[in-house]
Design a protein around this ligand. Structure first.
Ligand code: ZN
Length: 329
């Protein structure tokens, strides 16, 4: 039996200043910081994971923070936008919130029957709030600064920009098991598993656009969900068998990962659902203190001394240390 991709596991992007990143995602967007750790391949840099209450797969957006990093460029061979799911009646709330905090955002647009507002984080990363109807697509983080009725319900989808879409489309449809859910002009919508929010990826074909450059304000990679280690091994065999260079299985502490680059240039990861973010701290303590994997624990003092101090924003009252001036795009 073929293994199954259940949807998006997480999306990882690059940020500059860590405090500005926390103020925006935990403070302004009201996501929960579910893990405060370092980039395992570069322990001098923070790695933040934001998500719902426990950081369930499909709710997770993560950042490598490299202060002073040059500005990236959005372009082909990249994930050019990450969308969050919010109740459709909450889009006005979000537009008001963006206005009040001087977050650059665009007029709502309709796509595949849903309305979205595009906006930009302080590093220039393009994000979207997509209004979804019905319920059952996620549990909001209730302790954040955003009223639960308007709060983000996890990821909705990701948009891949490709110079030519056919080979990426073939990989998604013929190998990874996505199905074509629709097409609007040059945008092809694919859905995994049961479909809907967290299982949607749009491929946009932009043959004349320049290639992207990955640095601050751009997405580093996108990870797809696999239920367990066995399925992940099956994926590894299958994808390597197609001629892709696939990494060995890497222990990311909160999931295990394999990586490969699709032909259009986007770095794909396949990540296991278990063990999740409560692997090394209880649910109520998530994100409060710096967690390190066992192999870096011996260097904790050195690592901590090198990292900039950060403060987790509380409820609305003490939110807003940073300014949200228009980022350079
Ligand atoms: Zn990842």
């Amino acid at each position: 039996m073929n293994p199954e991709i259940r949807g998006i596991h997480h999306i990882t992007a690059i940020a500059g200043d860590p405090q500005r990143n926390i103020d925006f995602y935990a403070g302004l967007l009201g996501l929960r910081l579910v893990k405060r750790t370092v980039n395992f391949d570069d322990p001098g840099a923070y790695h933040f994971y934001y998500g719902d209450e426990t950081g369930r797969p499909g709710t997770i957006l993560t950042f490598f923070s490299w202060p002073g990093s040059p500005q990236g460029r959005r372009g082909t061979g990249q994930v050019i936008a990450a969308a969050f799911a919010v109740p459709e009646a909450s889009l006005d709330y979000w537009a008001e919130r963006f206005k009040a905090h001087k977050v650059p955002f665009e007029e709502p647009l309709s796509r595949f029957g849903e309305n979205s507002i595009a906006f930009y984080d302080p590093d220039g990363l393009q994000l979207e709030m997509t209004g979804v109807s019905g319920s059952g697509y996620g549990i909001p983080w209730r302790e954040g600064p955003v009223p639960p009725e308007h709060a983000v319900r996890g990821l909705h989808s990701a948009t891949l920009s490709e110079e030519g879409y056919e080979r990426t489309a073939a990989l998604l449809a013929e190998t990874l098991g996505f199905r074509l859910g629709g097409q609007e002009e040059n945008r092809f919508r694919y859905e995994a598993g049961t479909g809907g929010p967290r299982a949607i990826v749009d491929v946009v074909c932009l043959p004349a656009a320049p290639p992207g450059r990955i640095a601050a304000g751009t997405v580093h990679h996108i990870a797809w969900r696999t239920p367990d280690d066995e399925d992940q091994k099956a994926w590894r065999r299958r994808i390597a068998g197609l001629g892709y260079y696939v990494s060995p299985v890497l222990d990311r502490q909160y999931f295990r990962s394999i990586y490969f680059r699709e032909t259009g240039g986007v770095l794909f990861e396949i990540a296991t659902d278990p063990p999740g973010f409560t692997a090394d701290e209880p649910s109520e303590a998530l994100g409060q203190s710096l967690k390190l994997p066992p192999w870096l624990e011996a260097n904790r003092r050195c690592i901590e001394a090198d990292l900039p101090d950060i403060v987790l924003p509380g409820r609305e009252s003490d939110f807003g240390r940073s300014s949200y001036n228009s980022p350079s795009k």
